[in-house]
Structure formats: C-alpha cells, structure tokens
Design a protein. Sequence first.
Length: 239
Amino acid sequence: MYRERPSQVPGAVVWTRAESGTGAVRPVLPDGCMDLLWSGGRLLVAGPDTHAYAPGSGTRWAGVRFAPGDGPAVLGVPAHELRDDRVPLDLIWPGAEVRRIAERIGEAADPAAALEAVALARTPAPDPLMRAVAERLAAGWSVTETAAEAGLGARRLHRRSLDAFGYGPKTLARVLRLQRALALVRRGMPYAEAAVTAGCSDQAHLAREMRSLAQMTLTDYVSAANSDTAMPSGSWTVA
C-alpha cells in the first residue's frame, strides 16, 4: 500500500510503501522529481525518470520526493548524473555517515519521519530561478515563454535544466503536462477533456504520451490508481 503526505521540506512529499509480496507492483511514473529512499536498512537515491520504473516487490520503503529542481542541492549531485537510475547513497555521501544515518532510521519508530529529518537538515533555500522555471512549465507555459521570463537563452536554460531536473526543459514540460492530465483524470474528468485542459492537442496526443512516458494506457493507469496497492500519484503538479 502506498501512502504520501506533505513534507516539512518545502515542496517535498514524504511517502511510504509496503508490499505483501502478492499482487501486482505498480510502476512509478515520471514526475520530474528526485527521491531520497530507505529500504531494508539501505539508503538510496532515485534520479529523475524519463520512463516508468517498476519497483521491486515484497519490501518496505520510505522516501522523500523533492520538488523538481530541489533534489540536487540536497543530495549534492547534478540531476542528469542520476537520470533513470537508482544508486546507493554512499556513492554520493561519505560511507561512514550513511551507515550511521541508516542505523538511526532503522531504529526509529517512524522511519519515514526520521528520513524526512535527515533531508530537512540538509535542505538549503531553493534556487528561485529554477523553481520558477519548474512552476511555469508545470502551469503549462511554453519553453520559449519560460526561457524569456527567466531571462535565459535556450542553451543556458537547457544546461541549467540538465543539472536541476535531469533533462532539458522540453522533456520536463512533457512530463509535467502528463502529470497535469493524470491529476485531472484522477478527479474524474473525461479523458478527452483532461487531455485538452492539460495542454495536449487531443486525447490521441495524451494516449501517445502515456505510451511514451508511462508505458501503459490511460485505462490501465486508472485501474492501478484505484486499486488497493495504489501507485504514486506524481504529486508535484500544478493543476
């Protein structure tokens, strides 16, 4: 079962997932975010995804999902270096420190809260420029409009986006548009209306984006989202 709540880390979400080992494990869809993860006494980092990721089953997880662009400052690594990857935290932070943190979280009554405390202690003020870029793209601005408002040329915006988000602004815009559409679908809006409201040209366009970024159909997504083992929602969105 997947659960999430707003974090004390600005813009972030704290989530937990416990699998019984039976039934399907739902994929995690791209959302432009990076996560700090704890499971089975190990600490890991999940980079930004460009396609659906199928997590392992039969394990207990806790995570802090940072808002797009915020993870690199907390974790100390450019987002593009971890794109579509999951790596042990001790490849990024000193091993002895990671072991101490993992032990403390493992002994905590609430591992998710303990993990959140680690993230909160290391969270600097967000980069206002890249936060604004993410917010405008999430709200449906075009890349050209976003670059002009940010005072960045196309090449500089692309370089900054690779470090902050893991991929260029066009890919981030597609990911966030898909998440806008899925948020509307979860609220009960018909597929065609959700597609156009989110910024797709029509329902067929949204269906193509689902196949490309999520490797599943809208019908399969709705069925999974309504199941007892609900998938992560891609919670950092501006609807």
